[in-house]
Design a protein around this ligand. Structure first.
Ligand SMILES: [Mg+2]
Length: 275
């Protein structure tokens, strides 16, 4: 099988914190030199695509903002395509600046949490888009709760319970989503990040390639591999991140990758053929 495009996870595949993963710089440079398009797909909803691209460049990986797809952008694209916000209503972003920026980029009218009351109350909110943001506090969660309770469509960028930090596990977006769920008795109508299908659907649109022609490179079996496999992409596990060979041995069939390599260059024969 020769793949024509690559979907690449970031954390544990391209970098770990401030350093590049083994092989990532050379492996991605070789793919680019071979003319294989690469799209970086991340569940991080808070960072702007331009910031991610700058981070990648600082590690020596060539990257442009339009080659980064975060879960806020997936949420915004998916909303626009499948559940457009009706005239006179708005989407309410709850999260870091990446959430509102992604909605803006798709031309979706946005009402900031602090403006809802002044502009008519929760009835003007057609959709709540909730992604991680370090500054999210009670006031924003309260606006989300009012709108969700009033029937707004509720989209979460991901439901990861925890967020790894230098000091240990901190509450992730899933824990903030759980606060709204606990208060309303509802669950999100849609989750957009990996392993959920919208992430891959929007990524394939961006690449302009059918699923079978694209290889997902990831470090987690339960998100990158399982999600990509379910929608028909090729899958490769690299061993620079969370999961290793013993995890593969223990994993169910739905999480078995097509390919396993220590580092990205170990996969190059699967896209360089005929390039
Ligand atoms: Mg990862």
């Amino acid at each position: 099988m020769t793949y024509r495009g690559l979907l690449c996870d970031l954390d544990g595949v391209v970098y770990r914190g401030a350093t590049a993963c083994d092989g990532a710089v050379e492996g991605l440079a070789a793919a680019r030199a071979a003319g294989v398009p690469v799209l970086f797909l991340t569940n991080n909803a808070a960072r702007l695509p331009g910031e991610v691209a700058e981070h990648l460049e600082s590690l020596g990986v060539e990257a442009h903002a339009d080659e980064v797809l975060n879960s806020s952008q997936v949420a915004a694209s998916y909303l626009r395509q499948h559940h457009p916000v009706p005239e006179g209503q708005f989407a309410l972003p709850v999260g870091g600046p990446g959430v509102a920026a992604a909605l803006d980029e798709q031309g979706i009218p946005v009402v900031e949490p602090g403006d809802v009351l002044r502009r008519g109350g929760s009835a003007i909110v057609a959709a709540v888009v909730q992604g991680y943001g370090a500054a999210v506090g009670w006031a924003q969660l309260a606006e989300a709760t009012y709108a969700v309770a009033a029937g707004a469509r509720w989209v979460a960028t991901n439901t990861d319970a925890t967020l790894p930090t230098e000091r240990g596990q901190a509450p992730g977006n899933g824990s903030l989503v759980a606060a709204v769920a606990h208060a309303t008795g509802r669950q999100p109508d849609l989750v957009t990040g990996k392993p959920h299908a919208p992430a891959f659907e929007i990524a394939l649109q961006r690449l302009g390639l059918p699923a079978a022609d694209v290889l997902m490179i990831g470090d987690r079996l339960d998100t990158d591999i399982e999600g990509a496999k379910r929608v028909g992409l090729g899958t490769a596990l690299v061993l620079t991140g969370v999961h290793g060979r013993t995890d593969v041995d223990r994993a169910p069939e739905a999480q078995q990758p097509d390919l396993i390599a220590d580092t990205i260059p170990g996969l190059a024969e699967h896209w360089n053929d005929g390039a």
